[in-house]
Design a protein around this ligand. Structure first.
Ligand SMILES: Cc1c2[nH]c(c1CCC(=O)O)Cc1[nH]c(c(CCC(=O)O)c1C)Cc1[nH]c(c(CCC(=O)O)c1C)Cc1[nH]c(c(C)c1CCC(=O)O)C2
Length: 384
């Protein structure tokens, strides 16, 4: 492959399909979008889940000025500012719109609140199909979520030209966990939602159907507002027993992705069924997501064989966020191992889960430097 060739994986084989954008070309395709389209790029693009937030001192100031988390998410001016904060500090290849996953549940009719140390709280909890009877009107949903669409619109003008803008939503199962359990980030066995989904699947189905419609609408509007890619976070996919994984994780994701592709044929979708384990494989095949987010438990060689070579799919991940807290040689060595393993195919460097709040910003700077310095010239055979 010549230095300007773009290597694409097609049906498991590498093919040179085009030329790199030439210098002087006014708007070369953004690195993230090239990787999501299945190209092996000269270095992997990098962005980090939860890259905006509490590990940055400047975030706390804006959060306070906005009157707390709910105010922050609903104020485009402040939400744009905190989305841009990590982009100003680090040369990341993408920004993700600042909003929070349970906002869709609030738009549908629950009350969203944040208590310190507890994550998002939704009241009253949904415990039966009757509880959602009075919920959705799509016009109400868009009215409630309008500040997020405005944040996306403003970000399209505010971001540097090489930085891609990612829109996002939680997947139905994950949003349902917050709606049904009623509480967020603290320890939870998810026993209430599992009791319902396991013992009365047909009674639980309307909640998933409602969320599938709402999330499709929500992502469609973000794309209309200027999001160049979208990520579907199924952060709690890993608590589903195998027998329910297909029905509550795979099928809703497949429906959302199909509907989005129907309306926006070129839109890249990243899907992140965290903790899916052996079910990652079937998920990738059945949903048609362009890129699969890998959590830290996924063995890299398996990802290369099954995802990149087998399915010709881009992968994203999967550094453990605690290594970003640790920094130093442990961080450097693991980032290097991931780069070596996954850079032979389409790949987006990311964490296996969101940044934690004790992360020193200088460790993020060091990681971004390392990924950006990754050699374009290393032969695919060595990486293979
Ligand atoms: C499950 C989930 C949520 N939110 C999100 C997920 C999926 C990703 C994942 O699994 O981590 C996604 C999310 N949440 C937030 C963003 C935008 C910021 C970004 O990614 O840069 C995104 C993409 C802001 C946020 N969402 C939240 C904060 C902290 C709020 C604060 O300032 O107190 C931020 C910046 C709060 C939140 N929101 C949620 C929880 C469990 C918590 C509490 C835990 C925690 O605080 O980290 C729900």
């Amino acid at each position: 492959m010549g230095p300007s060739g773009i290597l694409k994986i097609v049906n498991g084989t590498r093919q040179v399909v085009g030329l790199d954008p030439v210098p002087g070309n006014i708007q070369p395709k953004k690195l993230l979008l090239r990787a999501l389209a299945g190209e092996r790029t000269e270095r992997p693009p990098i962005w980090l889940m939860r890259q905006a937030g509490r590990y940055l001192p400047e975030y706390h100031q804006v959060r306070e000025a906005a009157g707390g988390m709910v105010g922050l998410c609903n104020s485009p001016e402040h939400a744009v500012e905190v989305t841009l904060q990590p982009i100003r500090r680090f040369p990341l290849d993408a920004a993700i719109v600042f909003a929070d996953l349970p906002q869709v549940a609030a738009a549908l009719g629950q009350t969203l609140d944040y208590r310190p140390g507890d994550g998002p709280i939704l009241t009253p909890p949904v415990r039966s199909a009757a509880d959602i009877a009075g919920f959705l009107s799509v016009s109400r949903l868009h009215e409630e979520l309008a500040p997020i669409y405005e944040t996306v619109r403003q970000l399209t003008r505010a971001l540097p030209p090489e930085t891609a803008l990612i829109g996002y939503a939680g997947a139905p199962w994950t949003i349902a966990t917050y709606m049904v359990e009623g509480r967020g980030g603290g320890p939870s066995e998810h026993s209430i939602i599992k009791q319902w989904a396991l013992s009365d699947p047909d009674g639980f189905q309307p909640l998933i159907d409602l969320l599938t419609t709402a999330i499709t609408e929500f992502l469609d509007r973000q794309i209309q507002a200027g999001a160049e890619a979208v990520q579907l976070f199924d952060s709690w996919a890993g608590i589903l027993p195998d027998v329910l994984f297909e029905r509550w994780c795979v099928k809703p994701a497949a429906a959302i992705i199909a509907a989005l592709k129907d309306k926006h044929p070129g839109i890249p979708v990243i899907a992140f069924p965290r903790g899916a384990g052996l079910a990652y494989d079937g998920f990738a095949e059945a949903t048609g997501a362009d890129c699969i987010g890998l959590d830290g438990t996924v063995p890299l060689e398996w990802a290369v064989q099954k995802m990149q070579r087998g399915l010709g799919r881009c992968v994203q991940g999967n550094l453990d966020p605690q290594l970003l807290v640790a920094g130093g040689s442990a961080l450097h060595a693991e980032a290097d191992r991931i780069l070596r393993a996954l850079s032979g195919g389409p790949f987006v460097f990311n964490l296996g889960h969101g940044i934690v709040k004790t992360t020193p910003p200088e460790h993020v700077a060091a990681l971004v430097r390392q990924v950006r310095a990754w050699p374009a010239s290393v032969s695919p055979d060595r990486l293979g």
